[in-house]
Ligand binder design. Sequence first.
Ligand SMILES: [Fe+2]
Ligand SMILES: [Fe+2]
Length: 193
Amino acid sequence: MAFIHAIAHIELNAIDLAWDIIARFTNEALPKLFYDDWVQVALDEAEHFNLLSERLSELGGAYGDLPAHNGLWEAAVTTNDDLLARLAIVPMTLEARGLDTTPGAVSKLRQAGDAQSADILQRIGSEEIPHVRAGVRWFETLCEGRGIDPVTSYHEFIRTRFQGSLKPPFNEEARAQAGMTIEYYARYGDKPA
Ligand SMILES: [Fe+2]
Ligand SMILES: [Fe+2]
């Protein structure tokens, strides 16, 4: 129940983050497709929150019963001045981290006999792939527009805007489906960059 509550909190923050990326970066000339992508993300995140909220009530609880950390929203604040930094840290790092941790969480829930929560998390995990994909796509589009190398500038953002480092294990399959090539994260893992 504490675990489901923590994920529900992440999804609630993710709704706010999707609307924030839509509303905040009005200094950039962005095509309608950019906004379409993040409206879809906001809709997905709202569905994820509802799925977890319903699961919490089946387990006899509700969102708000437990304290929650503010890490995700802090990432929004530290990247509120630059859309490239926001894309690098939120979808391409924090949401990509979700892709890495989901398979382990799903199997733990199954082992604990909570198949319903496991199914919800599995569905959420697969629906997060397009969110990371949208992050990579717009990050690369903007880098191209600025004439900078995406992989180099991603590493620069990890160094300057991210607390800590990228940690393996990486879900290479899900990251590949999201269009995130290994150059983005290989140097942080066991494999040579
Ligand atoms: Fe989500
Ligand atoms: Fe997401």
